[in-house]
Design a protein around this ligand. Structure first.
Ligand SMILES: [Zn+2]
Length: 137
């Protein structure tokens, strides 16, 4: 395990302990006169950097990292819904989006057809022969 990976693991353990302390305090009803003692973050974990490879090829320098050891730009894409309920919700949203797209496309097609017929009428007027019906041949 690299030095950085080991540090990230220790950072995750630190956050885990912090969560457990908070949970115990929450279960005890947030008694303000019994706030849990603060555990300072270990000194060597304070300025831990993201260090993900950037597009420039250099390591990312951001220090505001999540528990996975990466910053908000390098945390990785979402791996999507896991539960059946979540997947159903995603699918519902996608179907809704599809429906909206279809409606928009239909409206645009209608407008285009209207504009085209307007244009055709104008062109037809321009090409009518310039004859004066009152004029004698
Ligand atoms: Zn980063």
């Amino acid at each position: 395990m690299s030095d950085r990976a080991e540090k990230v693991k220790r950072l995750q353990e630190y956050y885990q302990r912090s969560d457990e302390r908070f949970k115990r305090w929450q279960d005890a009803g947030f008694r303000h006169n019994a706030t849990p003692p603060h555990e300072p973050i270990p000194d060597d974990l304070i300025d831990l950097r993201c260090e993900a490879k950037t597009r420039a090829g250099t390591p990312c320098k951001r220090k505001d990292i999540y528990r996975n050891g990466r910053c908000k730009y390098h945390g990785g894409a979402s791996s999507g819904a896991k539960t059946a309920e979540g997947k159903a919700r995603q699918l519902e949203g996608y179907r809704h989006w599809q429906e909206e797209q279809r409606k928009r496309t239909d409206e645009t097609a209608q407008e285009t057809a209207q504009n085209e017929s307007r244009k055709l009428r104008k062109v037809a007027l321009l090409h009518e022969p310039l004859t004066n019906p009152n004029q004698e041949p």
